[in-house]
Design a protein around this ligand. Structure first.
Ligand SMILES: CCCCCCCCCCCCCCCCCCCCC/C=C/C(=O)SCCNC(=O)CCNC(=O)[C@H](O)C(C)(C)COP(=O)(O)OP(=O)(O)OC[C@H]1O[C@@H](n2cnc3c(N)ncnc32)[C@H](O)[C@@H]1OP(=O)(O)O
Ligand code: FAD
Length: 661
């Protein structure tokens, strides 16, 4: 029985067409749909007991799944696109993520043609397994502060890789702890006593015969992490080198080279390309944020439609909690954010591909913008997604706290995205530097392009005032864009003015960093809003699909406007009356979305296997499933628990004795 059937009947749009919009294309939908069912129907990919497994058992099970996934990929001749969908629906972080997601891209991006020819075929066949070993115990954010050394020995034509201090131990790399045979290791290059900064080196860590660490290598896992199951399927590792020698040709030499006679040569490509793998992964993290958020929102929306509390009249049913305006005000902006992040993720993938093509043609002009966009949007989307998952847990009341709701593990596995690939605050400060540089160059005649082109309208934006007179005026895209542009430009200019009061710019930057982060957030929110609005300019087929997306877009920007109205009011773009009208319009949009809410999450097309949540299951049959699941907990294997006779019975005996006294 479908307990959500009535909700589904209320939908005012074509769900099948929305599924295609969400997937990105009909082809992408078909691949995704087929692979999600393949994984869901394969007992080899079961994950329902994951949160109950002890670490060793959990990890071994992940190794089994990764090997099984690899076998299925081969047996079924899956394409790269299909394999990547399979990884997504298997839904279990594993060493393979770092192998395919960072080790291979690092060699592709920073290796010479010759190096790629040597290493990539081995990596593609998984005859070697790699990790990305950058972070150390003492330094993660400050990459220039890494301490591992790679000293060139001209006698033997080798580099000597060494960990000179405890804090130089590599610490965190995924896949390193127990599995990787190789790593791209980042180290401080030293030639003839002279330092040349941080470079990447391919280093073999374990024997390909017996998996033991090679001489001079000390390696292991760093221990349990946050949450049950979750990221504990990954072997994040610690690594130390004691004068380990590697051939000279294992330094990744696309950006700079060391010659046989020990000369250091810089190519014409910018030094920052050493950071290229991080740009790539940040872009994939943005593309992935909408998936994690939409998953949590699916669970919270379906459950909110099933759950009833208060409001029964004449013995009739109680109110569905989704009908409470407070529930809508917490849930619908998250639903809208999932769609917003999907579209900005698509756009960022386009930007990344564009910059990659330009780099190949030696056009480096858009690299700073790509860095600022990937850093800023990674920060914005992961913060909102991690907070959003936790909000979804609270939206599900007490049952959201059960592991069987799927939300605790989803939160635990997702929340480190706010830290890895760059701490979110550190990344926003990078955006702020980019903005300050842009503002300082405005008078120079250099035209700001791309996502900062709005800065070219600075004179107009600094003076313009909002013209909204009635709530519906807030539905005009031009009005909304101007509001977000004016806010962003005014916050950036205010920071730049305050910075100019300092004689030492770095001191000023440090002192004003909290304001700078807020300016960076305003800029990134403008990007997300503008890309959502751009999406709506496209031809979107399907009955009612565009109207639903327009409503969601409105909810996204009006919710931001309401939440940050202090910014909009302080920069004098809005009056308090206009801010109140925005809130009126927001409430009207909640009413419009309400009957479509369940269908809007159905459009994500997630299987029950992928959701891994009793509260979010498609048929909404929550209570019997919760009840049955409780009895399956290992604690209920016996009626009298282990430990009763040792620890509880003696207490009871003692209490009985005292009572008699
Ligand atoms: C079970 C199933 C199996 C199935 C098998 C088959 C599967 C097949 C498919 C598999 C699919 C896989 C998908 C996987 C997805 C990937 C998973 C990822 C998991 C995440 C793991 C986490 C990894 C990590 O965390 S790696 C470490 C990341 N570390 C950081 O991010 C460090 C942060 N710090 C920095 O980035 C920098 O140092 C920074 C930005 C803080 C700069 O510091 P600085 O000292 O101020 O800078 P400096 O070096 O001096 O340079 C300044 C200069 O450079 C510019 N700049 C900085 N960064 C960049 C950049 N990245 N790009 C371009 N330019 C950059 C900066 O703007 C300055 O410029 P100027 O102002 O012009 O000088
Ligand atoms: C699950 C997980 C997986 C990871 N996988 C890998 C991997 O595969 N390979 C790898 O190399 N690394 C990996 N890492 C490491 C990760 O990239 C770093 O932890 C991350 O870059 C943050 O650096 P940090 O730990 O040095 O934080 P810190 O920089 O020490 O941050 C601590 C605090 O200081 C603040 N802070 C730091 N600098 C500044 C500043 N300039 N201004 C203001 N505030 C500042 C931060 O905002 C934060 O609040 C992983 C980490 C995690 C959690």
């Amino acid at each position: 029985m479908d307990y959500l059937a009535d909700e589904r009947k209320k939908a005012e749009f074509d769900v099948d067409e929305m599924k295609i919009v969400w997937a990105g294309s009909r082809h992408a939908f078909e691949v995704s749909d087929r692979i999600s069912k393949l994984v869901a129907n394969d007992p080899g990919f079961r994950k329902d007991t994951r949160t109950m497994l002890a670490r060793k058992e959990l990890f071994k099970n992940t190794l089994r799944k990764a090997a099984y996934a690899w076998k299925r990929i081969h047996d079924l001749h899956l394409s790269e696109e299909e394999a990547s969908r399979l990884r997504f629906y298997v839904d279990e972080p594993a060493y393979t993520d770092l192998h395919w997601g960072m080790f291979v891209p690092a060699i592709k991006g920073q290796g010479t043609d010759e190096q790629q020819k040597k290493w990539l075929p081995l990596a593609y066949k998984m005859q070697i397994i790699g990790c990305y070993a950058q972070t150390e115990l003492g330094h993660g954010s400050n990459v220039q502060g890494l301490e591992t050394t790679a000293t060139f020995d001209p006698q033997t034509d080798e580099f000597v890789i060494h960990s000179p201090t405890l804090t130089s131990s590599k610490w965190w790399p995924g896949g390193l702890g127990k599995v990787s045979t190789h790593g791209v290791v980042y180290a401080r290059l030293i030639i003839n006593g002279e330092e040349h900064g941080i470079h990447g080196f391919i280093v073999q860590l374990r024997s390909l015969e017996d998996h033991l660490p090679l001489p001079g290598v000390t390696v292991g896992d760093i221990g349990m992490k946050f949450g049950n199951g979750a990221y504990n399927t990954m072997d994040n590792g610690v690594l130390r080198f004691d004068h380990v020698r590697i051939p000279r040709n294992q330094m990744l030499m696309r950006v700079s080279q060391v010659t046989r006679d020990g000369k250091y040569k810089q190519s014409d490509v910018p030094r920052q390309l050493v950071y290229g793998t991080m740009v790539y992964v940040r872009q994939t993290i943005v593309a992935d944020a909408s998936c994690a958020l939409s998953r949590a929102v699916t669970i919270a929306t379906r459950y909110s439609a099933v759950r009833r509390q208060f409001g029964s009249q004449n013995g009739g049913p109680e109110t569905q909690v989704i009908d409470y305006k407070t529930q809508q005000n917490r849930l619908f902006p998250l639903l809208a954010s999932a769609y917003a992040f999907k579209f900005v993720g698509e756009w960022l993938t386009w930007l990344y591909n564009d910059v990659t093509q330009r780099l190949q043609a030696s056009d480096f002009s858009t690299l700073p913008e790509a860095h600022a966009c990937t850093a800023g949007l990674k920060s914005l989307t992961t913060t909102a997604t991690a907070d959003g998952i936790e909000e979804c847990r609270k939206l599900c009341g007490g049952h959201g706290y059960l592991c069987s709701s799927g939300l605790p593990e989803l939160f635990a596995v997702y929340v480190p995205a706010c830290t890895y690939e760059g701490d979110n605050t550190v990344l926003l400060l990078q955006v702020a530097r980019f903005l300050m540089k842009t503002v300082s160059q405005l008078g120079s005649g250099k035209k700001p392009l791309g996502t900062i082109s709005y800065m070219g309208k600075i004179e107009h934006l600094m003076q313009s005032r909002c013209t909204v007179q009635k709530a519906e005026d807030w539905l005009k895209p031009s009005q909304v864009l101007e509001a977000f542009e004016a806010r962003a430009v005014k916050m950036a200019v205010s920071c730049a003015k305050n910075l100019s009061k300092f004689t030492n710019p770095e001191e000023g930057f440090a002192e004003l960093s909290a304001d700078l982060v807020e300016a960076a957030v305003a800029h990134c929110q403008l990007i997300v809003v503008s890309k959502f609005i751009d999406k709506l300019q496209q031809d979107i087929p399907g009955k009612g699909v565009k109207q639903q997306l327009e409503a969601l877009c409105g909810i996204y920007y009006l919710y931001l406007l309401h939440k940050h109205q202090g910014d909009f009011l302080a920069t004098s773009y809005l009056t308090p009356k206009q801010a109140a009208l925005a809130n009126d319009q927001l409430r009207a949009l909640y009413t419009k979305v309400r009957p479509n809410a369940v269908a809007l999450v159905d459009s994500f097309n997630y299987t029950d296997h992928f959701l891994g949540s009793i509260l979010g299951c498609y048929d909404g049959n929550v209570y019997p499933k919760l009840y049955d699941a409780a009895w399956k907990d290992p604690l209920n294997d016996s009626v009298v628990p282990e430990g009763y006779h040792e620890y509880v019975r003696p207490l009871l005996k003692q209490q009985l004795h005292t009572a008699k006294l």
